[in-house]
Design a protein around this ligand. Sequence first.
Ligand SMILES: Cc1cc2nc3c(=O)[nH]c(=O)nc-3n(C[C@H](O)[C@H](O)[C@H](O)COP(=O)(O)OP(=O)(O)OC[C@H]3O[C@@H](n4cnc5c(N)ncnc54)[C@H](O)[C@@H]3O)c2cc1C
Length: 425
Amino acid sequence: MVKRKYDAIVIGGGPGGSAASTFLAKKGYSILLLEKERFPRFHVGESLIPGALELLWELGVDEEVERAGFIHKPGGNLATRLGEYVKFDLTLIADQLRRPYSYEVLRSTFDQILLNHSRAHGVEVQEECRVEEVLMVDGRAVGVAYRSARGREGRVHAPMIIDASGRDTVLARRLRMKRKDPVLNKVSAFAHFTGVRRDPGPAEGNLIIAMFPHGWFWIIPLAGEATSIGVVVDVSYAKAFPGGMASLFADAIRQCPFVADRMRAATQVTKLYVTSDLAYQSKRFAGDGFILVGDAGLFIDPIYSAGVYLALKTGKLAAELIDHAFKAGDFSAATFRPYGETILREAEVIYQQVCGWYRFMNNEKRVERLVPLMVRFTSIRRNFTMLFSGMYDQIDPDRVAFAQMLKDPLYRGGQTCGQEAVATR
Ligand SMILES: Cc1cc2nc3c(=O)[nH]c(=O)nc-3n(C[C@H](O)[C@H](O)[C@H](O)COP(=O)(O)OP(=O)(O)OC[C@H]3O[C@@H](n4cnc5c(N)ncnc54)[C@H](O)[C@@H]3O)c2cc1C
């Protein structure tokens, strides 16, 4: 019998792909990872929530990430449309964290550290090697066809195919499983800038969310001079806007005095990237011989900065289920059912919070009531901090005045919103 060369093939070397491969390699499996780009490569998604740090620790790469010198993120500031300026502060939940901060990372460097870490654990990584097709036999994934940047083509087989191709969603497209979200229909434009004014001292690393009448901005300070700035608006607003995304971006800055003030001396140092169809989900997260990890399976919204955390977490979960499948000798969809159920449970919580957030923040009266409470009560800021840290299940709606936000009929509208979307997904 010919010895099998690979136990699993991973499509994509972002945080999801590298996490899944490292966790599997640590268990002794032989992994081939194919990545279409040459790293380091630009990627959006620079603000990490504390949950991600826990997974970096489990991967055994946390010290290396710390040594890379990324800016520490002690929390964040929210500038509402009414101009208030309130803080979420990770020291308020330090008792629940491994470190009382998170990171703002240059993704090109961060993703490369994680991919090199996979290599160090024995994962065979081939960069500039695009998966052109997932090979299927009777509905079961059996391998991939690839093409290298130099035009070399090949086919390779394995019992498990892990799709971690991010927004390219290789398998969800191929199997027509991808569903756009009908509610969170948004588009984003973003770039890196130098010369953006920062808060002094350790507050320099705070994530800033700034609301304006048609959406919101992120300002993410990176190590050195660069700052990532992006705007998120409804697709309907972008379509009706007279001019392209570059003029929409410039106009949005003018409409948001808080951002305009920070950017007075700013210079754009990357091109302006545009990403549309922000929210989507695959109908299934696994099938016979395949599993979807990270953005390849779903993306909800960037507001809570949960993407990298979810990619690492689904990478870990996928590795656990695949290990189980090898031990049982069963790579059928049924083996992976708990995987999809776990993802949907967490995704639903996030989805409701995201819908609630938009409904709440778009209502000036509610914001006007909440902000003074947030400034006054630590307990409210603590809950707000948990919301921006990925601790969605731990927010206590009954204990503190933050309940006023969660109990608000408008805010709770997010639940209806989530259910509608689930029904149509
Ligand atoms: C506007 C915006 C803002 C965001 N902000 C944040 C944030 O602040 N914090 C946060 O945590 N997350 C954020 N995210 C989300 C975050 O970027 C993603 O969730 C995260 O990168 C997902 O990791 P991944 O490994 O699943 O996919 P990716 O990081 O996208 O990696 C996928 C990899 O697969 C490769 N690939 C694709 N197709 C193929 C193929 N056919 N063959 C081989 N390789 C292939 C790609 O080159 C890529 O390297 C944001 C997202 C958007 C859109």
